[in-house]
Design a protein around this ligand. Sequence first.
Ligand SMILES: [Fe+2]
Ligand SMILES: [Fe+2]
Length: 293
Amino acid sequence: MSNKRVTLKARQVSFAWDKTPLHWLPDDPFTTHTINVLHLLLPAGERWFVHVYKQVLPFIRDDRLREDVIGFIGQEAMHAQAHDEVLPHLREQGLDPTPYTAQVDWFFEKLLADRTLPPGKARQWWLMERVALIAAIEHYTAFLGNWVLNAEELDRRGADPMMLDLLRWHGAEEVEHRSVAFELFMHLDGSYRRRARTWATAFAALMFLWQRGARFFMENDPTLLDGKASFKAFYQGGKKGVLPSTPDMLRSIPRYLSRDYHPEQEGDTDQAVAYLASSPAARAAEAREGAAR
Ligand SMILES: [Fe+2]
Ligand SMILES: [Fe+2]
């Protein structure tokens, strides 16, 4: 395992969804929809990352870190766009996510917006609080990225190759840039109490939004008579290897809260870079860039 530093660049990927079935993991609507929640949460969440980071750029006093943050912004903006583009495809198949995405948009654009607190010290505090929240969320995006790069059970069960490539291209870039948010937080603030507090908030919010999203999809899937999402199904999916395992998720908590945590200890940059070199979408993006040059 090696964790050499790579220059972060946004790959201008594009995906065609017309051949992807509604249940892109065959005969497994629950796993399909649990992972589909990413398409609901990430566009608003990652645009919010970009919005917050643009505000902190002037406070960065380290050139390499600033460069990393700019690379991170480019990658997250592309992730948001790529997941957004799955939504019309879901609508065409009779699953309109608007009622749910409207709630998620409110969450990121109103509750976590700039003006939640008055100007001055409180607003400065709020900006640092959000920088720390992003670091905590990125602990989980790296965890999920590392998981999906290694989730061979999805291949074995015939998951749609286009969807797998979206998830693994994104996952690989999450592993690639996994240190940026934490290093930025440590550079600007680094308070342990803030790290622990924002971890608790981020974890609770992610769990809440995720289970609501999975329930929403299962209940509104036009092909299911009595679609339900449950923790038991999630746990079993983890045991089968089609979803992250609950024990692995629990073990990731003390790692983030350990005083010597660093995201470098999670995931494998070489594996991420190797996937990006073979990803159909990333290769097509590179070919298009080469042709435009
Ligand atoms: Fe991302
Ligand atoms: Fe990320």
